[in-house]
Design a protein around this ligand. Sequence first.
Ligand code: GLN
Ligand code: ZN
Length: 762
Amino acid sequence: MASHVVGYPRMGPKRELKFALESFWDGKSSAADLEQVAKDLRCSIWKQMASAGITYIPSNTFSYYDQVLDTTALVGAVPPRYGWIGGEIGFDVYFSMARGNSKNPAMEMTKWFDTNYHYIVPELGPDTKFSLSSHKAVQEYKEAKELGVDTVPVLVGPVSYLLLAKPGKGVETSFSCLSLLDSILPVYKEIISELKAAGASWVQLDEPTLVLDLESHKLEAFKHAYGVLGAELSGIKLLLATYFADIPATAFKTVVGLEHVSAIGVDLVRGEKTLSLIKEHGLPDGKVLFAGVVDGRNIWANNLVASLSLLKELTASLGKDRVVVSTSSSLLHTAVDLKNESKLDAELKSWLAFAAQKVLEVVALANALAGKKDEEFFSSNAAAQASRKSSPRVNDAAVQRLAKDLHGSEHRRATPVAIRLDEQQKHLHLPILPTTTIGSFPQTLELRRVRREFKAKKIAEEAYIKAIQAEIAKVCKLQEELDIDVLVHGEPERNDMVEYFGEQLKGFAFTENGWVQSYGSRCVKPPVIFGDVSRPSAMTVFWSKYAQSLTARPMKGMLTGPVTILNWSFVRNDQPRSETCYQIALAIKDEVEDLEAAGINVIQIDEAALREGLPLRKLEQAHYLNWAVHSFRITNCGVKDTTQIHTHMCYSHFNDIIHSIIDMDADVITIENSRSDEKLLRVFRDGVKYGAGIGPGVYDIHSPRVPDTEEIADRIRKMLDVLESKVLWVNPDCGLKTRKYGEVKPALINMVEAAKKLRAEL
Ligand code: GLN
Ligand code: ZN
């Protein structure tokens, strides 16, 4: 029985690549140093997979920045502004595209399907001339071969590459990148021929767009592309890999019908319907199924017994030599190695598997299918599954009951928003176009040091509290001086908006090295939600109460919402995500009500990541939005009319979910928008009625640039064209945590001045 891994994390078990990249970018080390670190990482991964016994080991899944950018280099599609004059693409041009250079900003980056990984969006146009311009795939193949490891080179497939691209600068927005298919295929043919010449017998083409709702002409493009490639290549087998969801039935038909494709990779963790399609229709003779049963998107140990029985069903219908055990997607989206977790207890660890452990699971399953079951491995896995299932750390009957009771009820505030806003205004006495900020203020090195030392128990609680309170007082005073209307305490006690809450909630665990690449050298370390969630005691009341005591102006309580906590964590897989979300919602509800009881009249519940969790397939989106929005409403349905609930959202692609946003029924929403005014305003121009308060960010906090008063005033005017003045708020587009006071102060001065100017004009 053969085994396969779709792809592997690049960062290294201790983020070695991150540090090597950043040191190179800072000019502190040489290109050769960086290359050496990269080489060592690749080498150790290949050796690890080879010694574990993986049959099909991937190569070219390493990347210095991003695999889509690597493909842009492969086909030589460098946007003209980066000044590339041909030849093999090196670090200079490559990192200019990724990070910008002195003359040009970086290329756009966007989310890779529904993961937290971001890829660099290719920019194409009618003048794009493709040519083979990077031999990285061949070099990596040869590098592995020299180590005695024969690998399967992995490329982003040509159709997905074009579907993920956008028209470049100066190109008509209606330009179809897919129209370039015939000119990109020769480059794929060339690179695959070179791989074959180097000795490769398989090549893996990743075509994850096949799981989306594709129109028929896009499916035709697959037929065309693989028809051309297959007909012109011989002696090398093509594995077409899909992942992240079910393959829709029509796409499935197309894929299995591709004559020259020898094998198809499917995600069987998220692809229940794909499994039924395979069971129902089988696969054409000779085609091999790469069955992705080990989850590439999560950190849980596989249920080996369940996977084995699924695999046995597949081999019974397809035959043993036509099933290869695989991962559901690249392991890029999970943590690297459990071995480096010294602080998690043994029981919890037994429930987990990071990338290195998942490789062993794949092999164990393949061996078991071949009749060589590692009894010890299987029985310790079964014991861990059983302990997880029955553990009192996981199961809290009271929480489960409360969460169950939520179903069937809508949890809406009793009074309509227009009336609530009037009631609130009687107490808040806000001017028209009220000003506020999103929550965090700059986090100085000193502040980070204080938090770190308190955590390490190097300073006493008393001293810590004093330091944080001093920071809150400073931020509060500054906002009064700036004459901001609704204040924030600045979040100095928080390292991260999810971690801060996770650490105080039951059911969460934190890793030391469970990093996952987000983009380039940037990694995130999601908390692990392993059990039923509850809140042992208040989490923010102490600080918010103190902050409010310093001022007569309203001080916003500041919470992270349940959907965002969920979407930025590794979530348990033994119950629906919605159930976990409801549990978190109940915990946040308790906090909201405690804040209200403590005299906090304005409470912001951030749902920065609500949009991010939207399922890929349209069919599943309504269900998600329904429980996500419901969870948000649960948190605040119990407050008085006079308590004003704010929410905040990042990223501006809301047009398609605007009705869900309205259904959240917050009193005020602040949203990131400063990079796409037009898009957002179009919704309202098109007639969507928004009766609640709304604060589309008036300046971009992601840039150090200080906008002047007139520029901000102009943007407010534009918004006033489509929104009523009584609903409009004035605020930056996100938290100020990553900025410096030298930038924040003048920007906020200009923002308040602009608001005042507009008030005078109204
Ligand atoms: N309240 C958070 C802050 O201001 C919100 C951050 C976010 O939206 N990502 O930092
Ligand atoms: Zn934000």
